[in-house]
Design a protein. Structure first.
Length: 476
């Protein structure tokens, strides 16, 4: 575990040109170190907590005999003091608001490092907040999610987790397991008397309820992952069906090359856009067809690879032509790599409805029976709202997009911990039904509790913490 008796410093705002930059210091000597380079009417060592002070930053090593008027001056700044434990890290914290600029802020940071601070590692301020009990691990992860949020929905999900709603549910589940486990372990102390403190049918009912709640969390992961990372939308279709035109229409800009020549797109092109508050990573792909062109064939192979990883696959058909073997080939190639019903998150769209409609819709619905079918014109921007609604519906399923206050699982670490907890709970229920000794059931419940504890950091290892906080930016 990291030693917390040193003082760390870092630039907390993005490097580069800017009006204001913030340099953050945290640790037992933060106020003393900042006071050594700050000149004002009030010494920082005597400053009140949560107060901002205006003054000058000076470099004591270059100042001439205490005369700071013409030498040693660095900047006019505002310094805010946060005394422990009323700070983000629950340590003494000082934040220096100075003028921005890469060289200028680095100069101030280097001065702090010379006075005894250590350069903070990525995420170390938030890691200290966790280690000092200011945040649990789920809330700490949410801090990173708020920083990385690219849509309103992802920001709301991160804020919900930061407020501790998810943590509260996990703690409640752990407490239920702890209460049950305590009764079973108490029985072990009276094993010779054959005394039972817990009714087995009641324990079975409680475990079944807990299992149901964990399964609900796991079911929310697909939504949570899309909310957090965005949905990967792959557009597939035969050449010259209008895939690039649709990408440009969705982006509202000419990003992809559009020509009447089949096979123009030979590589995948990925762009990001927000639909209904959800980030979609839209991939325009090469048209799927048999070809002797080696480069175009490689583009088709890359298309299939993108389909495997897609959250939603959008089939695009040319409404001005009859359904033909090329359309059939596209469908067949996708179904080969996404054959299971749960992976068939498909939307079908008929393009070019501004032209006479020749395609038979029943041909499409026959091969894609459970997929919504939308009619659009990428050229004339017709039907795009209906297409967006269909994409959102398929991406989120019956749960819908709206966050109704129920916490969702948003990252893989939490999902894997829940899966291990679920496995332990099911084993406990099975051993209970088999009439095994209380010690076996108690051991399973302990395992489940540990897995749930990993989510909020009540059970953690240095490896887990290092992996989480290494993904943060320095200064947070």
């Amino acid at each position: 575990m990291k030693i917390l008796d040193d003082t760390i410093a870092a630039i907390s705002t993005p490097l580069g040109s800017g009006g204001i930059a913030v340099i953050r210091i945290s640790g037992p000597h933060s106020i003393v170190v900042a006071d050594q380079i700050f000149s004002a009417k009030t010494r920082l060592t005597e400053a009140e907590s949560h107060r901002a002070y205006f003054g000058k930053l000076i470099d004591p090593d270059s100042a001439a005999h205490g005369n700071y008027q013409n030498s040693g001056f660095l900047d006019e700044v505002v310094v805010t003091v946060f005394r422990a434990p009323r700070s983000y890290t629950r340590e003494d914290v000082v934040e220096i608001s100075c003028h921005g600029g890469y060289y200028h802020t680095r100069r101030i940071l280097e001065l702090l490092l010379k006075r005894g601070c250590r350069l903070a590692e990525p995420g170390e301020f938030t890691q200290r907040a966790f280690l000092n009990g200011r945040l649990d691990l789920s809330q700490a992860e949410a801090v990173g999610d708020m920083i990385r949020a690219k849509t309103e929905l992802s920001l709301r999900a991160a804020r919900s987790q930061f407020q501790g709603f998810f943590s509260e549910r996990i703690r409640a589940l752990r407490q239920q397991l702890l209460d049950t486990c305590s009764l079973l372990e108490l029985e072990l102390d009276f094993a010779e008397e054959d005394v039972r403190f817990a009714d087995r049918s009641e324990i079975q009912a409680k475990l079944a309820s807990t299992i149901l709640q964990v399964e609900e969390f796991l079911e929310s992961y697909r939504r949570g992952k899309i909310i957090r990372e965005g949905a990967k939308l792959v557009i597939v279709g035969k050449p010259n069906v209008g895939k690039s035109s649709l990408l440009n229409a969705l982006l509202k800009e000419d990003r992809a090359i559009v020509t009447e020549i089949p096979g123009t797109t030979r590589d995948v092109l990925e762009e990001q856009l927000s639909l209904g508050g959800v980030l979609f990573r839209v991939v325009d792909t090469a048209g799927v067809r048999d070809t002797d062109d080696r480069i175009e064939r490689e583009g088709v192979n890359r298309t299939i690879n993108q389909v495997v990883e897609a959250d939603v696959v959008l089939f695009l058909f040319d409404g001005s032509e009859e359904f033909n073997h090329q359309d059939f080939e596209v469908i067949q190639q996708v179904l080969q790599v996404r054959s299971s019903p749960e992976s068939q998150n498909f939307v079908a769209a008929i393009n070019k409805i501004d032209l006479p409609l020749l395609i038979d819709k029943q041909e499409i619905t026959g091969w894609l029976p459970n997929s919504p079918l939308v009619e659009i014109s990428a050229k004339n921007l017709m039907g795009l709202e209906r297409l967006e609604a269909a994409l959102l519906s398929v991406a989120f399923g019956k749960e819908g997009v709206i966050l109704n206050g129920e916490p969702v699982v948003t990252n893989l670490r939490q999902k894997e911990a829940l899966e291990r907890a679920l496995s332990a709970l099911k084993l406990a229920l099975e051993n209970l039904a088999r009439g095994l000794s209380a010690e076996f059931v108690a051991l399973d419940l302990r395992n489940a509790m540990d897995c749930l504890g990993e989510i909020i950091g009540e059970v953690s290892t240095e490896e887990i913490l290092g992996n989480i906080f290494s993904k943060f930016c320095i200064g947070k």
